[in-house]
Design a protein around this ligand. Structure first.
Ligand code: PMP
Length: 420
């Protein structure tokens, strides 16, 4: 292990950080389990990429079979991208009937930003504080964890994300109005500065911001503000998409609003790098005219075979229903946890958050200790939020009631033993 750490440090430098004080060497995955080099197994409650469970045999077989037959780019005619894409866009309403494939969520979001600029002829963009939309130059400028060199570019404005601890304005309704008002103010600023307003990018459940509990309709006023100003609502579904919320296939359906553009990634290929942008034909046409698009690897037959197998398994194994039923069961168990620093416990399907705060002040250090302690007991968790003070749990979709009991019991033991 220390040999691997030394080789990483020498070769990869500081840019591929590891999880945990004492990192884990994972050598194998199966279903909800990951196995380390010593044969120890961990319950994966964090990785939303392995949506169907690690190394799902259907996806493995689809990749292997298509790789053995043909893999090439999307400029030749091939049924794979069509069979997949027709199935995928059929899962969307609001006229979102066309697809453009990418390899990563970052690329998908980059394209979405340019779609907004193409449609409006303007450059101004708005995103929320404490968000993350990826790592191209354009989308990295929306992320707030580290200010870009030279400061945030003037065509990007940030608005405070909804936050359970520091409400934008009391009740959920007042929060929603405050969020819309902040977006309206940012639009005015962009227009006054001469950039004009192209679009607002957001994750419909604000996953990286900490997944505050929001009611359907929360974004209605904001969407109206954006559309009145002629801009586009760019909905980053990289985290909530593909049924994770249990109630719906997509986060915007749960919040009940109509986005102009949707981006997909992470779970789409169960680990194979495949991502996409879904938009209306008029938006696709404007993007084509303004920018043109070619992506060497995106939409290749192997990616489409992997992504098709993901849809097959979600549907055949009833995984959205599982996220709904076992998600509700798990949330009941987690809601019974008690600790003086727990400020809130919430969940949607297989997306759970436990927020830690000390007298209203986020406690990221405590949350970090819980993550480390869980790892020591064989459970992998993550954290998010403006102070990294929120436990983030997104297990693979076949997560069972027994898995949920193990998660809740382990957290209960940890919290009992961990003084405030
Ligand atoms: N959007 C969101 C909401 C994300 O969480 C991420 C990745 N964490 C991305 C986009 C970027 O996706 P990728 O890493 O595939 O580029």
């Amino acid at each position: 292990m220390s040999d691997l750490m030394a080789r990483r440090a020498a070769l990869l430098g500081p840019n591929v950080p590891t999880f945990y004080d004492d990192p884990v060497q994972i050598v194998r995955g199966e279903g909800v389990w990951l196995y380390d080099a010593e044969g120890r197994r961990y319950l994966d409650c964090y990785n939303n990429v392995a949506h169907l469970g690690h190394c799902h045999p259907r996806v493995v077989a689809a990749i292997a079979q298509q790789s053995a037959r043909l893999n090439t780019h999307s400029r030749y005619l091939h049924e794979g991208i069509l069979d997949y894409g027709e199935r995928l866009v059929a899962k969307f309403g609001h006229g979102l009937s066309q697809m453009l494939m990418t390899c990563t969520g970052s690329e998908a979001n980059d394209v979405a930003l340019r779609m907004a600029q193409a449609v409006t002829g303007k450059t101004g963009l708005i995103a929320t504080d404490n968000t993350y939309h990826g790592n191209t130059t354009a989308v990295a400028q929306l992320s707030t964890r580290r200010p870009p060199i030279g400061g945030y570019p003037p065509h990007v404005r940030r608005v405070p994300a909804p936050d359970s601890l520091a409400p934008l304005g009391g009740s959920t309704e007042a929060q929603a109005a405050a969020f819309a008002a902040n977006v309206a103010r940012a639009i005015e600023e962009l227009e006054a500065a001469g950039h004009g307003f192209a679009g607002l990018m957001l994750c419909p459940i604000f996953a990286n911001e900490g997944m505050p509990g929001l009611d359907p309709g929360f974004l209605d006023a904001t969407v109206a503000v954006v559309h009145r100003a002629g801009g586009l609502v760019l909905c980053d579904e990289v985290q909530p998409g593909f049924g994770r919320l249990g109630s719906h296939w997509w986060g915007h359906e749960r919040l009940d609003f109509a986005p102009d553009v949707v981006t997909l990634g992470k779970p789409m290929g169960n680990g194979h790098p495949v991502a996409a942008v879904i938009a209306r034909p008029d938006i696709m046409a404007a993007f084509r005219n303004a920018f043109g698009y070619f992506n060497t690897f995106a939409g290749n037959p192997v990616s489409c075979a992997a992504a098709s197998a993901v849809l097959d398994v979600i549907e055949e194994e009833g995984l959205v229903e599982n996220a709904r039923d076992v998600g509700a069961y798990a949330l009941d168990l987690l809601s019974a946890l008690r600790h003086p620093l727990i400020a809130d416990i919430r969940g949607l399907g297989f997306f759970f958050a436990i927020e830690f705060a000390r007298e209203g002040v986020p406690d990221g250090a405590f949350c970090g200790r819980v993550v480390e302690a869980a790892k020591a007991r064989g459970i992998l968790l993550g954290r998010v939020g403006r102070a990294q003070h929120i436990l983030k749990m997104r297990p693979p979709m076949p997560f069972s009631r027994a898995n949920a009991e193990r998660l809740a019991e382990t957290l209960d033991q940890i919290l009992r033993e961990m003084p405030a």
